[in-house]
Design a protein around this ligand. Structure first.
Ligand SMILES: [Zn+2]
Length: 108
């Protein structure tokens, strides 16, 4: 028996009247929506936290490593991420240095 939904040629689930396939069964709609949401989450590209502070960099580097090992991002993409992290570290260090210098100058 086939699904009674318009133009649907899928096999209907057993014991339904009118017959509906899994996708068109009213009782299955919630399950399908949940599956779609879950699928969407899984198929989303590797989410790597963007570092805001030097402390974040450590976590980001760990995530990049994990993502490369799990094949979620390419080695090339990881290189870009690493370069960004390095740049952030340099900027933060420069800022820290500038803060220290201005603190010293204020004491004078
Ligand atoms: Zn159907």
């Amino acid at each position: 028996m086939n699904c009674s939904h318009d133009n649907c040629k899928a096999y209907a689930l057993k014991g339904n009247d009118p017959p509906f396939c899994f996708l068109h069964h009213p009782d299955k709609r919630e399950a399908i929506t949940a599956m779609r949401i879950k699928g969407g989450k899984n198929s989303r590209r590797a989410s790597i936290p963007l570092p805001q502070t030097l402390q974040d960099v450590e976590r980001t580097l760990a995530e990049i490593t994990r993502a490369v090992l799990e094949g979620r991002i390419s080695a090339k993409a990881s290189e870009v991420c690493l370069r960004c992290c390095e740049a952030l570290i340099r900027i933060r260090e420069d800022q820290e240095l500038a803060n220290r210098i201005s603190a010293i100058e204020e004491k004078k």
